[in-house]
Design a protein around this ligand. Sequence first.
Ligand SMILES: Cc1cc2nc3c(=O)[nH]c(=O)nc-3n(C[C@H](O)[C@H](O)[C@H](O)COP(=O)(O)OP(=O)(O)OC[C@H]3O[C@@H](n4cnc5c(N)ncnc54)[C@H](O)[C@@H]3O)c2cc1C
Length: 365
Amino acid sequence: MHRGWIAAGPLLDELRGKVKAAGLWGPQIPKELGGLGLGLVEHGLVSERLGRSPLGHYVFGCQAPDAGNLEILHRYGSPEQKARWLEPLARGEIRSCFSMTEPENPGSNPTLLSCRAVRDGDDYVIDGHKWFTSSADGAAFAIVMAVTDPDASPHSRASMIIVPTDTPGFELVRNIKIMGDAGAGWASHAELRYNHVRVPVTNRLGGEGTGFLIAQERLGPGRIHHCMRWIGICERVFDTTCRRIVQRRIDAEKPLASRQIAQAWIAEARAEIDASRLMVLNAAWTIEKKGFSAARDQVSLIKFYVANVMLQLVDRAIQLHGALGITSDTVLAHYYVHERGARIYDGPDEVHKMVVAKRILARYS
Ligand SMILES: Cc1cc2nc3c(=O)[nH]c(=O)nc-3n(C[C@H](O)[C@H](O)[C@H](O)COP(=O)(O)OP(=O)(O)OC[C@H]3O[C@@H](n4cnc5c(N)ncnc54)[C@H](O)[C@@H]3O)c2cc1C
C-alpha cells in the first residue's frame, strides 16, 4: 500500500495471475462464473486469512464493492446485463462501484435520497450528487441508487440502475481525502455528480422500486465478509504486538511484556478475537441454514461488536509500539486511518444497537 495504487498495479496483476493459475480465484464467486463457489461459512474462514493483508481480497478477486455488486447482478441481472457486466467483473477484467450515499442526506437513513432518475421514453435521466462511492476511480460502471417514484412508500421509491462510467454527464469530482490520504483506483472513495446522465431503462436492476430490497440482500453477506476480514486484521495486529512487546526492553532487565497492563490487553484481545470469530461464523451458519431474516439480530451484533474489537486492538497496539506505532514503518497506522470507517459504513454502531435493542425489548413489553 505504501507504493500507492498506480505503482502497485503491475505487481497486483501478476499476483492475480498466480492466484488464477493456482485455481484459487474468486472464493465466493459461483462456479459457473469461474469462482470456487464457497458458502458463507467457508468463505468467512477464507476471508479471515485474506484479511491479514490489506490487498488479500483484491488479489483473490473477492474485494468490496465488487463482491456485493457481483452478487446482486448474479441474482437480479438480465441475461444482457450478465453478459456485459457480470461476466467480465467475475473474471476480474473490470471493476465497479456502488453509489448510494449523498453528502446532503443521512446515509444511515437511505429512504431520504435526493438523486432522481426520471423516465424519458426508453431511458432514465439521472441527476444527483453522491459521495463515498468507494472504488469509483477506474471503475467501468456504477450501480446507482436513485429515486424513480417519489410518491411511492419510502422503501419503494428507489431503484438500482447500472451507469457505465463513460456515459456523458458522469463526473468524478474528486477522490475524497481520508485523514489526509486521497488514495487512487480501487483504494479510494469518490465524490460524484450525475449531470443529466441518460441510460436505457434496461439498465435497471430488478423491478422499479426494488432498490431497498436488493440493498438488504447485498448487505447481509457483505457484513459477514467485512467482519471476517476485520478478524484477519486483528490476528495480524495481535501477532505484531506480541512480537514487539516480548522484545522491547523498558528497563535494564525486562521487556514490556512483563507489565501487567500489557498482559491484560493481550489476554482481553485474545478473548475478544476468539469470541468475535465464533459470533461471525454462527451468524454465517444461521444465514446459510435458515436465511437472512433469521440472522438479522446476529448480523447487527457482529457488525458493531467486531468493528469495536478491531479498532480498540489497533489503538492499543499503537500505544504499545510507542512512537513507532504512528509511523508508516508498521501496518498499524494504515489500519488506524483506513479501518476507522468500520464503525460507520454498512450501518453505524448506533443504528445497529438501536435495532437489536428494540427487538430484544419488544419481547419483554
Ligand atoms: C470507508 C467508507 C466507505 C464507504 N463506501 C461507500 C460506498 O461504496 N457506497 C456508498 O453509497 N456509501 C459508502 N459509504 C457511506 C456510508 O454508507 C455512510 O457513511 C453511512 O451510511 C453513514 O451515513 P452518513 O455518513 O451520511 O452519516 P449520517 O447518516 O449523517 O450519521 C452520522 C452519525 O449519526 C449517528 N446516527 C445516525 N443515525 C442514528 C440513529 N438512528 N440513532 C443514533 N445515532 C444515529 C451515527 O453516529 C452516525 O455515524 C462509505 C463510508 C465509509 C466511511
